[in-house]
Design a protein. Structure first.
Length: 93
């Protein structure tokens, strides 16, 4: 799935309606992305869209040699359930 990107968010928009979105901010003196919110429209749930949004932020962080702090409940669960995938990039205060 191809998401649109603006500073601080990736999203999927169709007919002026946001169907999926992840928002993040920069913390830790600009060294870490904090994932604050992950929202997916019920029509897209169960298709792995939220996981793809998390991966979009993680991929951007990896490219910039940053870490990621999963704040929202979905991102925390994704990191918890997939330690092999996210362990090296997770911010640990």
């Amino acid at each position: 799935m191809k998401f649109q990107h603006e500073p601080g968010r990736y999203f999927l928009k169709e007919n002026d309606k946001i169907l999926a979105e992840i928002s993040y901010t920069t913390i830790n003196d600009g060294q870490t992305y904090a994932i604050n919110s992950t929202i997916v429209d019920p029509s897209l749930r169960g298709q792995g869209v939220a996981a793809q949004l998390v991966d979009a932020v993680v991929d951007e962080a990896r490219e910039k040699h940053m870490t990621v702090h999963p704040v929202c409940s979905y991102a925390r669960q994704a990191f918890y359930r997939n330690p092999d995938k996210y362990q090296e990039i997770e911010y640990k205060p």
